[in-house]
Design a protein around this ligand. Sequence first.
Ligand SMILES: Nc1nc2c(ncn2[C@@H]2O[C@H](COP(=O)(O)OP(=O)(O)OP(=O)(O)O)[C@@H](O)[C@H]2O)c(=O)[nH]1
Ligand SMILES: [Mg+2]
Length: 367
Amino acid sequence: MQIAIVGLTGSGKTTVFNTLTRGHAETGGYGGVTMNVGVVKVPDERLDRLAEIFKPKKIVHADVTYVDLPAPPPSTEGHVGTEELPAEHLARLRDSDALLHVVRAFDDPSHPHAEGSVDPARDLERLDLEFILADLSMADRRIERLSTSGRHGTQAERESNEREERILRRLKEALEAGSPIRDVELEPEDEKQIRGFRFLSQKPVLVLLNVGENDLPAAPALVSNIAGSYRHDKALIDALSARIEMELGELEPDEAAVFMEELGIAESGLDRVIGLSYRLLGLVSFLTAGPDEVRAWPIVDGSSAVDAAGVIHTDLARGFIRAETVAYEDLLELGSMAEAKKAGRLRSEGKTYRVRDGDVIEILFSK
Ligand SMILES: Nc1nc2c(ncn2[C@@H]2O[C@H](COP(=O)(O)OP(=O)(O)OP(=O)(O)O)[C@@H](O)[C@H]2O)c(=O)[nH]1
Ligand SMILES: [Mg+2]
């Protein structure tokens, strides 16, 4: 799972990246051009509790890859800024499963905003527009192609092309009206047909308002203000102070706890961001536990037991017999697999069982 950190120049992308990854990439580049890539473990206390029961050799968290990308150059007549990003950056952006859009909401006289004022709603729309223009340009090129050479080929090919063109024309209409593709309702078949384009405005987005260190108490009001006018599908809005989070990340855990109490912060904003990213992607975790490892596995909510088996290994899906399943809470309450079984809480589930968040699963399979 990969999330692209995007935003206008100087919005705090690299600061957010550093705090998420506990990294030290250079910030304050003023239009930096480097890309940073880092892997972050998804915090999950359940793994620690399970480790107390199973005493495994290792604990493996689910992880998310974050990519910190430079801001795209602004589009001008005849130029789509995003398409002018280096190919490697653009590929990373397109390959990402979701966007983390960092928007500047902090005021800092020593770093004046290029536009002369801090206006998160304006900046949010500005970058959205860049991605809408990039998608529009791609859709236009493909429609042009389909309406010429797409008329040839076998009947099946022609029908497929016509269908694709119909979908793209719908998307084009929405994009021209300023709507991101995530707002367009698509049948699963249509969605499948356009998946290959990896449209940017189709990706789920977490908008992160980067507020000043003194503005944290006002952050919830800012979030609801922005949320009120930002009515899009597959979009979440949250706020944090990247500066504070970065400082918190550099402290020992007990010092950080004291600092958080002083600031009146209940939880680390970053844990929340990681959790929200997970939710945004529609992911839940199932767990496996044994003497070797205790592990969390990300899976799309709604997946079946056989899908879960396949996440672990394709052999497990192929030879699937059943999934011995116990809810994490039950296991914790009863203290062991054996006790869970005695109490009738260990269930034998078949292929089509819908896996729930926190299910502790053992897959039985034939080789
Ligand atoms: N006061 C304050 N400054 C911040 C905050 N977050 C970032 N900054 C500063 O703003 C400047 C830009 O931050 P970066 O994280 O480099 O921003 P960026 O979006 O990666 O910038 P580019 O990659 O150059 O587009 C740096 O000098 C940061 O220290 C914040 O929450 N408060
Ligand atoms: Mg940067």
